[in-house]
Design a protein around this ligand. Structure first.
Ligand code: ZN
Length: 376
């Protein structure tokens, strides 16, 4: 899964947050300049400068709208099939949809992965029709439509290359998963294939530079290969890791060594009497009437330090009604998915209405690391 930091929000569509990564501007500029300066003037001499630039900019914008539509197709089909999508980010190599959990059924993954390239093919077809209709009538519009038809077909074809994490790799994984029933193993094979594809891109880029002196095109392939290699390796490691923690339950990694503190003590009191002497990083907040919430170092730091002596614990804790609880027998993968989905960092483990332990993101990762280090 890709993490994209940096960039800004464009707004929401169908409940999905759209974001532009900073690197997007580089590619937008490159495409606009190459279209307005080279592609269109070479193929269609005789337009005025302002027409080259207007058509160049509009074509670029429509191209990125096409990329967005591709990602949106993944997202909407994913959502219908039970894979919620949080955000879509456009960056230098295209778009990334951020899923909050992976597909749990091979058929869902197949439909979701195939939806993007299918959408690009449809868009390509629509532009091809526009091209046919405007050919010989309005040249700038037909030129733009032809380019967009072509680039959308290229987009579909590129994404159908069967190396994970490209769409084709996901389609490939879903088919393998469907027939073998083994999700993690299918992911590992698809990711290895993705690494192979990535190296082929790097090699192809180098060969193009050496033999054809196509520096920009060659370098571009090398960059894409490098990016794919990173993503494929990350997917491989993730699959390996998921295999390792498969079957581990909340009760095995939860922390049951915590102190219960009353809601009315101040943060200063808490820090001086409990946090510093024991090194504990989270606390259960409860009074005679029962469980009130939980409190981590992060919550303490949310209050300015000068205010610690007048801020009661209850004011900064995560109250019980905002907490999602985990069951002791719940597996940790689904707990992590729930944490991601709800943007939370901690979950109490509850049995028969009683808190029997706490799981925080940090302590979950630490517990899992310890088990892996011990070879468990
Ligand atoms: Zn796609």
């Amino acid at each position: 899964m890709l993490k994209m930091g940096g960039g800004f929000n464009l707004g929401k569509l169908f409940g999905i947050q759209f974001r532009l990564h900073y690197t997007w501007f580089i590619i937008f500029l490159l495409i606009t300049v190459s279209l307005s300066w080279q592609v269109f003037p070479v193929s269609y001499p005789g337009w005025s400068q302002s027409v080259y630039w207007t058509i160049g900019i509009v074509t670029s914008l429509l191209f990125f709208t096409s990329v967005l539509a591709h990602e949106l197709a993944h997202s909407l089909v994913g959502r219908v099939n039970g894979i919620p999508i949080k955000s879509i980010t456009l960056f230098i190599f295209g778009g990334v949809a951020q899923m909050t959990r992976e597909a749990t059924k091979a058929s869902a993954e197949f439909k979701m992965a195939a939806a993007g390239p299918a959408c690009s093919l449809v868009i390509g077809g629509v532009f091809a029709i526009v091209w046919v209709l405007t050919r010989g009538v309005i040249e700038p519009v037909s030129a733009m439509a032809l380019y967009l038809a072509y680039i959308n077909v290229v987009l579909a074809a590129f994404n159908l290359i069967p190396g994970f994490p490209l769409d084709g790799g996901r389609v490939f994984r879903s088919l393998m998963w469907r027939f073998s029933g083994n999700y993690q193993r299918s992911t590992r094979i698809a990711a290895r294939l993705g690494q192979g594809v990535a190296y082929a891109f790097v090699l192809g880029g180098i060969l193009i530079m050496v033999f054809f002196q196509e520096w920009i095109g060659g370098l571009w392939l090398v960059f894409i290969g490098w990016f794919l290699q990173n993503a494929a390796s990350a997917s491989y490691r993730q699959a390996q890791w998921q295999e390792a923690i498969h079957g581990i339950t909340a009760s095995q990694v939860m922390n049951s060594h915590y102190t219960t503190v009353p809601p009315n003590i101040t943060l200063k009191h808490l820090v001086e009497e409990h946090v510093l002497p024991t090194g504990q990083r989270f606390f259960l907040v409860a009074d005679e009437s029962g469980f009130k919430g939980i409190l981590t170092l992060r919550n303490i730091k949310s209050a300015a330090r000068p205010d610690w002596d007048k801020t009661p614990v209850a004011q900064v804790m995560v109250p019980a009604d905002q907490l999602k609880a985990a069951r002791p027998e719940q597996d940790v993968l689904s707990i992590m998915a729930e944490m991601n989905e709800n943007n939370i960092n901690q979950m109490p483990v509850v049995r028969d209405g009683q808190v029997i332990g706490l799981i925080t993101r940090d302590n979950l990762l630490r517990a899992l690391r310890t088990r892996t280090d011990l070879g468990m």
